[in-house]
Each structure stands twice: as structure tokens, then as C-alpha cells.
Ligand binder design. Structure first.
Ligand code: MG
Length: 618
């Protein structure tokens, strides 16, 4: 696959975009007119810049409002395009891309349009250039790639080719099978963009919501697979107009684009059972969650864990690291005064610095991470310690990879058991149910791609939750057996709990950890006896709950007394309660699922309001 990206897809100056595109490993870059116009360098200098970075200039684009013009307008259009031919040549490119006409005065007469392209073909051929023609989803007369292909086919000129853009094809719901009618030799370039399924005008949808393949809802695997089936071996170029990408880190989005193309090829190859690298990593749960906490924070965090029924069960043989256990949950508190956890604590304060995932095959997982350009992390290990492979995850935290059956060996060889306090009452917690991470709004798609391309997780539909001070987007990623669930949260509003977390925490990270119990009322009672500080839920919620769901009054009273929230759907019932936050940053949740598979979204506004109230009361 010849990989390319349009400069409009990422943020920054043209110079920084070109550097990031080269560093991410693309074959070429499409130079967007708006980037060229605002650049201080001449087209020749920009062309030299691309070559010095080892990049091909895939194309110059776009030329607008070409075909079907009449009279003086037609003459002016041809004069205009000669100037764009000059720039294309100065850039050192051989391709100029034309979008279908949206001008109010253009005519849709097919013969006249074909004649325009035949004349254009002659002019382009004299300069050794090729022109690609693209049907915009909002073109005045041509908005369907089948019509654009008909025009290119009838023009029948070697200098005139077809541009396919997956966004336009999917936005207009053009049947995928129509790609099979196209002569692959006539395809000039294929532009790729995914997008969430939205119901709005195509122009706004395209300009603001395009994403990298795999971040949206379009079946890009089928699109690209079909083009490869018909023998297309040319350029695939990402063209993603997206408000978040415009605000995000240039290098990150450039690497995300390459990651999305790698993942796309991987899925196509896998669908064809070809010789392919390691599959997406299967996770069978969470071996441990590691908190970084300094000497002052660690005892307070330990007390909070005690109220949740965790026992301080083991101590590291050589380090200031303790293990707190309950059910299948292992929490590690790392108070070392050097190393990764210490650095994390210095930057963020007490916080989750790492999550240990149980995976099927660690070497294969590392191979896949490398193919996806996911960074690894290692630090010196002492004698007798396991070197646990780690990947760099959200907000600089780590994802440790532990063989599914290898966790016990680590605990046995590196930790010694402690005499546990007989007064600590178990909190009836069984396992980590899900991990909730908060990230900047412009990074959310990046982490969605990170998790989805690396791990065998699927995304559930995006949910929008009302915080008292703005909307929060919430996206769940789940393993097929539901042993690993990760919730990604982000908000474009500055005062939501999610955004305040980012300020307070100095970056992205785990905002809350949710534990599963088999009996929520028993669990809550045990924790009350330990003196847990639960988030109070207002009585109005329970009055509404009883009326809304027709619940038994005695059950509602029981829920209200224990500050337990309730939801139900077609598959079952859900119970949840929350602790107050530790240092106003992270908090814990306990849930009981009786067949229910969601995350209590209807209760989230009530919880967020309760947390906001708690914050202002403090
Ligand atoms: Mg396009």
C-alpha cells in the first residue's frame, strides 16, 4: 500500500506537518492549497522540503469549479487551471486533483463536461501531468463516484483519472459493489476517511467529523478490500477534516493515521486468511492496578482501600511497594523514591500509574504493538525481579502485559505475605468491572484507535452525558468475554468534572475504578461498618426512580438509605454506588450487574451533579 496523507488532516504549520508526516513513515503527502497559500516558502521550496524528508508529493489539491462552465467563465477557468499546473510542477508532483463543480452557473450536460475534460487532458499531457476527478457528495451535478467514473471513462484520456474518496461514497450511500465497475488503471488516487454516522448536511459532516479509518462507523475494510480485489495497487491517502485533529498534537495524529492504515491492512489480510502478523491481543482481565503514591499519600490511600474491604496482603521484597487484595482484585501501591511510579507521582500526585493486563501471548502482543508504532517502556530490574513488558498508554501511564497464567509467579517470587489485620472486613468485591479514563477531547479518537487496534476490544455506541457544566462524551471498549471493559471520557467544555480532572491531574488518566460485587446491599453494609465515605445521592432521585420505573417502595427506600443508584434495561438490572474522591481526583465505584451490560448512563448526570455539589461544599 502506498501510504499518503493530505496536509489538511493534521494541525500545525506546513513545515511541522511535513516533518511529522515523514517521521510517521508515510510514502507521500498531498499538499492542500490552503496550506500552500499560508506558507512563507515557495512551491519549489516546499517540493524540496518534501524530497529532503524522503516524501513524494502525492498530489496538489483541490481545484474547484472546473467542469460545465460556459462562455467567459469557462475561459477564465482554463486560465486559472494553467496557473495551478505551474504550482503542481513546481512542487514536483504529477497530480492535480479536481473536485466536482458546485458553482451555481455550471451546467450538467454530460457531453459538454466530457469535452471539458478532453481539452484539459490535452493541456495536462503537454506538461506530463495527470488530473484526478472527484465527486463531492455535495457537487451540483456530480455527487456520486459512478457519475465521476462515467465522465472519466467517456473522456478516455490518459491524463484524466478518477479520484475516489470513501467519505463521499459512504455519505451518499453509493453501493460498494459499484467499485467493481471501475477500471483500476484509471484510478488516480484513493482518499480514505471514516466518520461517525451522523444525520446532517454532507458538507458540514465532511468538514468537521471525518476521522481516521477505524475511528468512525464506515466499513472501510470492505471499501479498501474491494479496491484491492479489482487490482488497484496505487495510493491510499488519508484526508480527514476534523476539528479535534486541528486542535490535537501534530505528531500524534500523523502516527494515528499510519496506525489506522496498518490496522486496516491487517483486518483486510485477516479477512482473507493471508499470512498476517499477530492478531489483536486477547485479554482475559486485569492482573493488577498500580497506584503511584508518595509516603504521605500512601497511608491515606491505604485507609481508603481498607474501607472498601481490601487487605494489605503482601509487601515487595526489596521495594516500597505493597499489594492490596480482595477477590480477584490486586491493587499495588508504589511509593518508591525513584523510577517510573515516582516520576508519575511527581507529575500527577497519587494516581493510577499502570494497569497490568492478562494477555494470551506476551511476545505476540509486543510484536503487534511494534507493528502499530505503539511505544514500549522498560526500566532497570533488580536481581530476582520479573521484567514485565510495558506499553505506553493514556497520559503517559503504562500498560503492563502479563501472561494470563503468569500473575501468581510474580506475586510469589517478588512479594512476601503480610499478616493481615483481622479487623478488616471483606467488602464482597469480586473483580475490576471497568476502568474509566479521562482524556482531552481532541485525544479521544486517538485512544479509541490505540485500544481498538491493539486489543481485541469492540466499541459500543458513543454516549453523551450531561454534566451540570457541559456535555461529556463517553465511549466504552469491551472484550468479547467482558473481562476487560474500558470507558473513555472526554468533554469539550472546560468546567465539566472530566475537564477539571485534567486540570487537577495535570493530564489524562484513570478517573475512576469500578469493582463488581454479587450483592450490592451486603457490600454497602460491610463498607458502612468500615466507615466508608459514600457519595450522597439526593432524595429527589429516588422519588423519580420509583415513579419512573414503577419500583417497589421498600426497594427504593433500601436504595436511598445506602445511596445506591439503579438502572435497568431489556437485559437486566444494575446497581451502583460511589465513594467520594481521593484528593478531589479519582474515586471508586461498586456495581452489581444482574444481566445488565451498560454503564448506568441515565444515572450519570445525577452522579456528576452530586460530585459537583460535593466539590463546592468542600
Ligand atoms: Mg477528497
Amino acid at each position: 500500500m502506498l501510504t499518503s496523507i493530505a496536509t489538511v488532516s493534521i494541525s500545525g504549520s506546513l513545515e511541522s506537518k511535513i516533518a511529522a508526516i515523514a517521521a510517521a513513515g508515510y510514502w507521500g503527502a498531498e499538499i492542500m492549497e490552503s496550506d500552500l497559500i499560508s506558507c512563507a516558502a515557495s512551491p519549489r521550496q516546499i517540493g524540496a522540503m518534501l524530497r529532503s524528508h524522503g516524501l513524494a508529493c502525492t498530489a496538489y489539491q483541490p481545484f474547484r469549479d472546473f467542469e460545465g462552465m460556459t462562455g467567459a467563465l469557462r475561459q477564465r477557468t482554463f486560465d486559472r487551471i494553467e496557473r495551478k499546473f505551474d504550482i503542481t510542477q513546481e512542487l514536483g508532483s504529477s497530480r492535480l486533483l479536481i473536485c466536482s463543480n458546485v458553482h451555481p452557473d455550471c451546467v450538467g450536460d454530460r457531453d459538454r463536461i466530457v469535452a471539458d475534460f478532453q481539452e484539459l487532458g490535452e493541456r495536462a499531457a503537454r506538461r506530463g501531468l495527470q488530473v484526478g476527478y472527484e465527486a463531492l457528495a455535495w457537487g451540483r451535478h456530480v455527487w456520486d463516484h459512478r457519475d465521476a467514473w462515467d465522465i472519466v471513462r467517456r473522456t478516455d484520456h490518459p491524463a484524466i483519472g478518477l479520484v475516489l474518496d470513501s467519505f463521499h461514497s459512504f455519505a451518499r450511500k453509493v453501493p460498494l459493489e459499484s467499485l467493481r465497475d471501475i477500471d483500476p488503471a484509471k484510478i488516480c488516487i484513493v482518499q480514505l476517511a471514516d466518520a461517525p454516522q451522523l444525520y446532517m448536511d454532507e458538507l458540514s459532516w465532511s468538514r468537521h467529523y471525518r476521522t481516521m479509518p477505524g475511528q468512525g462507523d464506515f466499513p472501510l475494510v470492505d471499501y479498501v478490500g474491494t479496491l484491492q480485489d479489482i487490482g488497484y495497487r496505487g495510493i491510499f491517502s488519508l484526508e480527514t477534516f476534523n476539528d479535534r485533529f486541528r486542535a490535537a498534537n501534530t505528531a500524534t495524529v500523523a502516527v494515528d493515521g499510519m496506525r489506522s492504515l496498518t490496522y486496516l491492512q491487517d483486518q483486510i489480510a485477516r479477512a482473507r486468511s493471508a499470512d498476517v502478523p499477530a492478531p489483536r491481543v486477547r485479554c482475559s482481565g486485569i492482573e493488577f492496578v498500580e497506584f503511584a503514591a508518595n509516603e504521605a499519600e500512601a497511608p491515606r490511600l491505604g485507609r481508603m482501600l481498607s474501607t472498601l474491604g481490601f487487605r494489605r496482603s503482601d509487601k515487595h521484597l526489596r521495594k516500597a511497594v505493597t499489594r492490596w487484595s480482595q477477590g480477584d482484585v490486586n491493587i499495588v501501591i508504589n511509593s518508591e523514591i525513584e523510577g517510573f511510579a515516582h516520576t508519575h507521582d511527581m507529575a500527577h500526585g497519587a494516581s493510577v500509574c499502570a494497569v497490568g493486563l492478562r494477555v494470551d501471548n506476551v511476545p505476540a502482543a509486543l510484536q503487534r504493538a511494534q507493528a502499530l508504532r505503539i511505544g514500549t517502556y522498560s526500566q532497570p530490574v533488580g536481581a530476582g525481579e520479573h521484567a514485565i513488558p510495558a506499553l505506553r498508554g493514556v497520559g503517559g501511564s503504562l500498560l503492563y502485559l502479563v501472561e494470563s497464567d503468569g500473575g501468581q509467579a510474580i506475586w510469589d517470587s517478588e512479594f512476601e505475605p503480610l499478616r493481615t489485620d483481622p479487623d478488616t472486613e471483606d467488602g464482597a468485591l469480586q473483580a475490576v468491572d471497568y476502568i474509566s479514563q479521562v482524556m482531552p477531547f481532541e485525544e479521544m479518537l486517538s485512544w479509541l484507535l490505540f485500544y481498538g487496534s491493539l486489543l481485541d476490544l469492540h466499541k459500543t455506541p458513543l454516549i453523551e452525558v450531561a454534566d451540570p457544566l457541559g456535555l461529556v462524551q463517553s465511549q466504552a471498549m469491551e472484550s468479547p468475554d467482558l473481562q476487560l471493559r474500558i470507558l473513555l471520557n472526554a468533554s469539550a467544555a472546560h468546567q465539566t468534572l472530566s475537564s477539571r480532572f485534567l486540570d487537577k491531574y495535570m493530564g489524562a488518566g484513570v478517573q475512576h475504578l469500578t469493582f463488581r460485587t454479587a450483592d450490592i446491599f451486603d457490600s454497602a453494609a460491610r463498607m458502612r461498618r468500615q466507615g466508608i465515605d459514600l457519595l450522597p445521592i439526593p432524595q429527589n432521585y429516588y422519588v423519580d426512580l420509583e415513579a419512573r420505573l414503577g419500583l417497589d417502595h421498600a426497594l427504593v427506600e433500601k436504595l436511598a438509605t445506602a445511596h445506591i443508584l439503579y438502572d435497568r434495561d431489556a437485559s437486566g438490572e444494575y446497581f451502583q454506588y460511589f465513594t467520594r474522591a481521593f484528593d478531589k481526583r479519582f474515586f471508586f465505584e461498586v456495581v452489581e450487574r444482574r444481566g445488565y451490560q451498560g454503564y448506568g448512563a441515565p444515572n450519570a448526570p445525577v452522579r456528576l451533579a452530586a460530585q459537583a455539589r460535593f466539590r463546592t461544599e468542600q
